[in-house]
Design a protein around this ligand. Structure first.
Ligand code: BV8
Ligand code: ZN
Length: 229
């Protein structure tokens, strides 16, 4: 069975990674325009670096939860018939055992050279980083997709969404496009669509099936159904 899973910040919430829009969300204390746009980075690179450097450092103190581990089990059961797309920039899917994760909004543990597009694994702060090893420019930036920038892997995502039999969205508010629109494409192509989220998301009406509760409980149960059903 061909499955596409889309995850958002809610799948990492129980691991202790703050979400964006819940009460203690990340955006509080920072207006999104102040930290997650290319204009913000041009205007005030130090503030933007500090925002991402703090999130990258925090990765060391969080662990994957049963929801991440269940999706790794799903990958072992389905192999190439599963595409796992995440909006998250943390590495908890990988640390939970998933080996093929499409980070459509980039990754904290990677740096991108704005001058030559080289990418390099990065674990320390990017504030005060050395010049790009590939081209020598002093142009390393967080390897994340900001508002107004083009998400990564869109061709692969659109192909998989058009072919899948099940589309499952986990822990996302459905507030940000194009990710929030994938469910409508999947449904239009005849897939069964499922939302697993703490509360009904903004796009909940587009899903054929919706289950509400914590991901660490809902995801293992859903994976067990999918792999034994
Ligand atoms: C693009 C990376 C063109 C950086 C992020 C007007 C109308 C419509 C669209 C637009 C518009 N004006 C502009 C746009 C486009 C814009 C957009 O959508 N804006 C929104 C605000 C209206 N989008 C873009 O600019 C995108 N680019 O469109 O390019 C294009 C289009 C198509 C094809 C080619 C080119 C780029 C957007 C990427 C921005 N970068 N992140 C970083 O992380 O700092 S966005 C960021 O917020 C995340 O990556 C994520 O994608 C997004 C949403 O966050 P969620 O993951 O959903 O988290 P949130 O807190 O919102 O929700 C958490 C959910 O979990 C909640 O529902 C909660 O109930 C639930 N939950 C909590 N705890 C649990 C739980 N669930 C289960 N268990 C729990 N324990
Ligand atoms: Zn470079």
């Amino acid at each position: 069975m061909r499955v596409v899973v889309l995850t958002g910040a809610g799948i990492s919430a129980e691991s202790g990674v703050p979400t964006f829009r819940d009460a203690d969300g990340l955006w509080e204390g920072h207006r999104v325009e102040d930290v997650a746009t290319p204009q913000a980075f041009r205007r005030d690179p130090e503030t933007v670096h500090r925002f991402y450097d703090a999130r990258r450092a925090a990765l060391a103190s969080v662990e994957p939860n049963p929801a991440h581990e269940a999706l790794a089990a799903l990958e072992r059961a389905l192999g190439d018939d599963l595409l796992l797309v995440t909006q998250n920039i943390d590495d908890l899917h990988e640390r939970g055992g998933s080996t093929d994760v499409l980070h459509m909004h980039g990754r904290l543990r990677s740096a991108l050279c704005a001058a030559c597009d080289a990418r390099v694994g990065w674990d320390g702060p990017l504030l005060g980083a050395p010049p790009c090893a590939a081209c020598g420019a002093d142009a390393l930036r967080p390897d994340v997709v900001w508002f107004g920038e083009v998400p990564l892997g869109m061709e692969r995502i659109q192909r998989a969404v058009a072919r899948c039999e099940v589309f499952c969205s986990i822990g996302t508010s459905g507030a940000v496009y194009p990710a929030a629109g994938f469910v409508q494409y999947a449904a239009a192509y005849g897939a069964h669509t499922v939302e697993l989220n703490l509360v009904p998301s903004e796009g909940t009406a587009h899903f054929a099936e919706a289950r509400h509760g914590p991901a660490s409980r809902l995801v293992p149960a859903w994976v067990a159904e999918i792999t034994t059903g």
